[in-house]
Write a protein that binds this ligand. Structure first.
Ligand code: AMP
Ligand code: MG
Length: 348
């Protein structure tokens, strides 16, 4: 079999301008750069380059608290770090292991979102993702028998979590890759606020979360929505305090024998979701909810995603289909300035 790895992209948004004064890097691989009005910091965590920009006073303290929080959560939720709580659950041979409140809450949330999305979000796909090589970059196409036998081990109903403990049966493995970044963004935004920061922008590998409705000068945040077919953007969204989180096949995929395989799997088939969508951007108040929905509505496809949006009124979305047609829900259609002609407004 001829194998060609096309991309494993770390998407870094071009929205943030880092200032070049007084840089200082610490042992956690974090960096804070400051000038009078704006403070920026970066951290590499969850396989992603993340930047935080805080405006006004307390920026440095706020950013350090946000960086610490992101690093702390990565240590709890990493699927590969042998000291993480998720690793402990996955490798305990079925025995219960102690977990923190944060992990218990996120597991409960994932289980709830699994049922709300009719199974499209499933955090027990790790063995299937591994078989495809998405966990290592050593890509391959597993055969039907292998996929079927791995699918027998999936199922969020196999997760037991409660009273500070969690377990999964042997051969079942949890991976929070679809929701961890959004959740870390929520925690980082809270940490910034606790340090008195009232205006900040977090860029977690292209996923944006803001603190405050605007910059101190009163201008709203502007976020470019990435073109899933190229390096440019399909338009700009003007937002207040919220999260803007995108899932796209372009973020991780490989080509083999002329076919493209993307990293978001349909839990029913154990194969890359072929839903007709190229990217899904969710805009809402809570990062973890937006992250869960970006992945699961990508799996659902246009019609079911619009159906889900019509029944759930706590988010808006921008969908791009395989042909490049852009769909924007009516709640944000006024605040989205497209760079492309083909835009359809989705109504309730
Ligand atoms: P995101 O970038 O938030 O859409 O998350 C994608 C990541 O979640 C993938 O790289 C996998 O690790 C994992 N994943 C893939 N498909 C699913 C799915 N259907 N449900 C939950 N996690 C998934
Ligand atoms: Mg997600």
């Amino acid at each position: 079999m001829k194998k060609k790895i096309i991309a494993r992209a770390i998407v870094v948004s071009a929205l943030l301008m880092l200032n070049s004064c007084a840089a200082n890097t610490d042992k956690d691989n974090t960096e804070v750069i400051a000038d009078d009005k704006k403070t920026s910091g970066s951290v590499f965590a969850m396989d992603t380059y993340m930047t935080v920009t805080a405006y006004g006073d307390n920026g440095k303290k706020g950013i350090e608290a946000a960086q610490k929080e992101i690093t702390r959560l990565e240590k709890l939720w990493s699927v590969t770090d042998e000291n993480s709580e998720i690793y402990a659950i996955d490798h305990s041979g079925g025995a219960e292991v102690p977990i923190s409140t944060e992990t218990e809450e996120l597991l409960d949330f994932a289980i709830d979102m699994h049922s709300r999305t009719n199974g499209a979000l499933d955090i027990t796909l790790y063995p299937v993702l591994r078989a495809w090589g998405f966990t290592t970059g050593e890509y391959r196409v597993p055969d039907d028998d292998e996929i079927s036998s791995l699918l027998e081990c999936k199922g969020v109903d196999r997760i037991k979590a409660g009273d500070g403990k969690a377990s999964v049966p042997e051969n079942t493995e949890i991976d929070l890759g679809a929701i961890a970044k959004g959740s870390a963004g929520d925690a980082a935004a809270k940490a910034l606020k606790e340090q008195g920061v009232t205006s900040a922008l977090l860029d977690l590998g292209g996923n944006i979360q803001t603190v405050g409705d605007s910059k101190p000068d009163g201008t709203k945040w502007k976020v470019g929505i990435r073109d899933p077919f190229g390096e440019g953007s399909i338009g700009t969204l003007t937002i207040g305090e919220c999260a803007v989180i995108t899932s796209g096949g372009y973020e991780r995929f490989f080509e083999m024998d002329g076919l493209i395989y993307k990293h978001i799997l349909d839990p029913e088939t154990g194969r890359p979701a072929e839903s007709g969508l190229a990217s899904v951007t969710i805009i809402g108040n809570e990062g973890r909810m937006c992250d869960a929905l970006s992945t699961s509505l990508y799996v659902m496809g246009l019609d079911d995603a619009c159906g889900y949006w019509r029944e759930n009124h706590d988010f808006d979305m921008i969908l791009v289909n395989d042909k490049g047609v852009v769909y924007v829900t009516e709640g944000i259609s006024e605040s989205f300035s497209p760079n492309v002609d083909d835009v359809t407004v989705v109504e309730r």
